[in-house]
Design a protein around this ligand. Sequence first.
Ligand code: NAG
Ligand code: NAG
Ligand code: NAG
Ligand code: NAG
Ligand code: NAG
Ligand code: NAG
Ligand code: NAG
Ligand code: NAG
Length: 612
Amino acid sequence: MAKLLALFVLGHALASVSSVSITEIQGTAFKSPLAGELVHNVTGTVASNGFYLVGPKSDDVRASNGLFIFTSSAPRVTVGDAVSLSGRVTEFRQAANPNYLFLTELTSPSNIVTLSSNNTITPVILGRDRSPPTRHFSALDVGPDGFLSVPNNSSLIEATNATLRPDRFGLDFWESLEGQLVTIPRPTATGFQNNFGDFWTYGSWPVTGRNSRGGLSLTFGPDGIPDGNPEVIDIGSPLDGTKNPQVAIGVQLSDITGVVTYQFGFYYVLPLTAPTVISRPSSAVNPTRLVSNRSPADACTITFGDYNVENLSPGSAHLPTIARHIVDYLRTPDLLFLQEIQDDSGPTDDGTVSANLTLSTLANAIQSFSGVKYSFTLVNPVDGQDGGQPGGNIRTAYMFRPEVLTLARSPAVGGPLDKVEVGGSRGRPSLNFNPGRIDPTHEIWNATRKPLVAHFETRHGQALFAVNIHLSSKGGSSSTQGDARPPVNSPIENRTGQINSIAGFVGDVIQRDSSANIIVAGDFNEFIQARSAYKPITRYLTDIDEAANIPQEERYSYIFDQNSQQLDHAMISSAIRRRRVEFEHVHLNTWAPTLAERISDHDPSVGRIRLC
Ligand SMILES: *[C@@H]1O[C@H](CO)[C@@H](O)[C@H](O)[C@H]1NC(C)=O
Ligand SMILES: *[C@@H]1O[C@H](CO)[C@@H](O)[C@H](O)[C@H]1NC(C)=O
Ligand SMILES: *[C@@H]1O[C@H](CO)[C@@H](O)[C@H](O)[C@H]1NC(C)=O
Ligand SMILES: *[C@@H]1O[C@H](CO)[C@@H](O)[C@H](O)[C@H]1NC(C)=O
Ligand SMILES: *[C@@H]1O[C@H](CO)[C@@H](O)[C@H](O)[C@H]1NC(C)=O
Ligand SMILES: *[C@@H]1O[C@H](CO)[C@@H](O)[C@H](O)[C@H]1NC(C)=O
Ligand SMILES: *[C@@H]1O[C@H](CO)[C@@H](O)[C@H](O)[C@H]1NC(C)=O
Ligand SMILES: *[C@@H]1O[C@H](CO)[C@@H](O)[C@H](O)[C@H]1NC(C)=O
């Protein structure tokens, strides 16, 4: 340390620094102590033609002994060359994106002298020499909900420039290996590759939240704080120009040796060459066990499904497969909560708002595959006012089996701007509009889907109040590995307000009838671990995954970045919770063999509940 400081002072005095090691350039914090300095006689061995240099190790694991040398033309060095060179230490932020972290690199290299050739570099074997922490990304993710806490973006990594704590925090761990050559033994992919062939993986090292498919789920850690799985690392394009294979959750690959870098808002390992696939999990998905072919099971029990069908219109190529999913895997439950039903002209922006054709095309396909005839009910939105794909007018809708459920009588069917209100006598709540929308003109519902309430009755007279929702999406959120801490969770203040608005309606029903059967289900676009957002509703309702004792790791309906995660939830009133509750996630899409074969970005789910 004394030597480092001395060099630093000398560097300022002379405006250039002689004979520094790579570990001195990297330092022990996020930013280099020598940023901006000209440095000479930097020695190391070329790890890849890019090029990355690996120098002698220091005893301090926080200081990486790898470094990226930025060259504007192909360097005349070969892997295995030991070289000495000069250059300027630079903190580089890609694409001028202010939320990306800086990469320490050496620019304008000169005086490149090859000292010897054919040297070998021993990579750091992750899982043996060093293992990533498994719970938290950053010490700056303060708050009871960890990286999902509000306020978000209360500090910035680069401005704080903290000394690294690689034993505790994921970003610090990967930063401490920046530019290093590492080996990921026996990698498992945690999801599909992206359009560039990048994918997330963990190797043979301790992990948390592992689900039965081999992905890592967003869970709560033993400290009660959300665990975002910082032990998963992004794999980028191989440095030798080969192409990564197509992967999916649970696909096992040959060992990856590559260099650690930071790009596009994430830490990456860039493989020296593409790995090969060793095994793929079976693509078979079991149909739900909760729905029998003869519905209803008994006078008190009903089954329901929930499915975000991703921009479904009458002409959608995926419509027949969605119908197949409902028939073969959800087994035509009594009630379906559907999200992303588009209007009859799909994304054509021609003023159409009706979805009669979309829903009847789906109902007809289901009937042709199964003989089961569904009715449907919904409230059309005002054209262009509910967000989503332009022209598509996505909305939520119910399909229901009329031999099991009917819509309770009410004075009227709601229009798009009509506010549903709870009336009726004590113990027998009723609605002014059925179906109807919750507070549709309130600004919290501006430019998003309004919740669709329906009051159903079984043939035996049991009432069920259903709320089908699709809250504002997470678009505009920042990277889990970006500068802003906690990461920006956009627009969590809106989703919190929207949940509060729904809770207001639920509270009105419960006030009339404390033993009302209520389900709020759909695409919340929010993890249950973001507890602050759910606070308004958890005083009335319980997450059905919790009520049905689904293991934490198996609670997912979506995969994004490193995590298997749950955006789709069903929340039930205490009357339902008190009776037997069963629930299943049906992983038709997260388990698709390839990205191209995925039908929707969300998995559906199925529940079986008792209304009496
Ligand atoms: C680099 O090292 C060589 C030999 O050790 C020395 O002669 C030279 O002065 C050094 N160059 C600089 C710029 O420090
Ligand atoms: C970052 O922290 C390191 C180590 O404490 C220090 O040497 C360096 O000057 C800091 N850089 C900035 C820009 O604050
Ligand atoms: C490096 O090794 C290769 C083959 O292993 C050999 O052809 C080459 O001559 C060696 N180069 C040097 C400089 O030793
Ligand atoms: C989240 O961060 C964004 C960007 O800094 C800010 O506009 C927003 O108010 C923050 N929201 C919360 C709830 O902290
Ligand atoms: C976080 O807040 C800072 C201001 O403190 C702002 O400059 C930055 O753009 C915000 N980051 C994001 C991702 O919104
Ligand atoms: C949709 O169908 C319903 C009943 O089948 C009918 O009352 C309504 O007029 C139709 N709406 C449009 C816009 O075609
Ligand atoms: C968030 O809600 C406010 C009003 O409460 C609204 O003006 C704004 O457009 C909403 N933002 C998003 C991204 O939905
Ligand atoms: C509604 O949302 C739109 C689009 O996000 C925005 O331009 C507008 O200002 C918002 N209006 C209100 C009243 O919040």
